[in-house]
Design a protein around this ligand. Structure first.
Ligand code: PGA
Length: 344
């Protein structure tokens, strides 16, 4: 029997830390190290906890407004569809060179392409976790009319969560807006992908965010809450206890991605605090506090400090600027600005 590293949940005041130790109910539940200083609880692998909306807790009768997160700062580098063998090697070298300068108070992950993932996993310092950019779901979740003998199979061009588990990749990015808009991934599919990845013990970073049109016509929160609902629906009561340590939300307004047009701190704070309140009302207050909410969209080494001061920001998901190892290290160190600003 394995015992998971305790998920740490801070409650009440920002200076009080309550640590909960979870004894694993089966040897299936394992921990997978994320970088040098953070452990992830791997979801219990049982049919009953996968993709089931059954037994969902109804919203608590009194919901206290949760104003800030309590998790460790977390910064991810989304390399997207970039890199050659030579450029990836160079980026890995630059990141490794920066390890002594990167604050210890921050979790960091990098998302190379599937092609480069084994090389990066092998060669990148363990200070950085590796994260896949997508994973496929179990066949019968997307095609319930048919029964498949295998959870992998005839899905040309896809990579399954099982394969990531086999490769010991601890993390997967799901629902990025580029996949939602260019490849037609629906909220429902993203929710199922989250459930399936967690079933295979992966921690997930779920991307949500509105388009410019949606922001301008005032439907930002309808869009975001619908995206969140599709994820929460797939995670049942038993799994909520590990949500905070294994689900990261990345708020990425589509209009800010790759455009150089970063959202203002006020816009980010408003959305992040509403996401947290949504989680408090629809999942649980503990989950709301423990869930880390990253901001993504044109974050760079110059604008990260202003954003990091916000109480409800728990980190960044960085695209373009993560391809420069020195800049990415500087963005990771915005963690110290954050802790100072929120008095932690
Ligand atoms: P960007 O991308 O930092 O290049 O805007 C962020 C993302 O898409 O994750």
């Amino acid at each position: 029997m394995l015992t998971a590293a305790p998920p740490t949940t801070r409650t009440s005041s920002p200076t009080t830390t309550t640590t909960t130790t979870t004894t694993m109910m089966s040897a299936r539940r394992r921990t997978m190290s994320m970088g040098s200083s953070c452990a992830f609880v791997r979801a219990t692998k049982s049919r009953g906890t996968r993709g089931s909306a059954g037994g969902r807790r109804s919203a608590p009768s009194t919901v206290r407004v949760v104003s800030e997160g309590t998790g460790r700062f977390i910064v991810g580098g989304n390399w997207k569809c970039n890199g050659t063998r030579a450029s990836v090697k160079e980026l890995v070298q630059t990141l490794n060179k920066n390890v002594p300068q990167i604050e210890k108070n921050c979790d960091v992950f990098c998302c190379p392409t599937f092609l480069h993932l084994p090389y990066v996993k092998e060669n990148l310092d363990s200070r950085f976790s590796v994260c896949a950019q997508n994973s496929w779901v179990e066949a019968d979740l997307v095609d319930p009319e048919h029964h498949y003998d295998s959870t992998t199979g005839a899905f040309t061009g896809e990579i399954s969560a099982e394969m990531l588990e086999d490769l010991e990749v601890p993390f997967v990015l799901l629902g990025h807006s580029e996949r939602r808009t260019l490849l037609g991934e629906t909220d429902e599919i993203v929710g199922k992908k989250v459930a399936h990845a967690r079933y295979h013990g992966l921690s997930v970073v779920v991307c949500i965010g509105e388009s410019l049109e949606e922001r301008e016509n005032g439907t930002t929160f309808d869009v975001i809450f619908k995206q969140l609902k599709a994820v929460a629906k797939e995670i049942d009561d038993r799994e909520h206890s590990s949500w905070g340590s294994s689900v990261v939300i990345a708020y990425e307004p589509i209009w800010a991605i790759g455009t150089g047009k970063v959202a203002t701190p006020e816009q980010v704070q408003e959305v992040h605090s509403k996401i947290r309140n949504w989680l408090a009302e629809n999942v649980s207050e503990d989950v709301a506090k423990a869930t880390r909410i990253q901001y993504g969209g044109s974050v760079n080494a110059s604008n990260c400090a202003d954003l990091a001061k916000l109480s409800d920001i728990d980190g960044f998901l960085v695209g373009g600027a993560s391809l420069n190892g020195d800049d990415f290290a500087a963005i990771c160190n915005a963690s110290s600005v954050h802790y100072k600003a929120v008095g932690r």
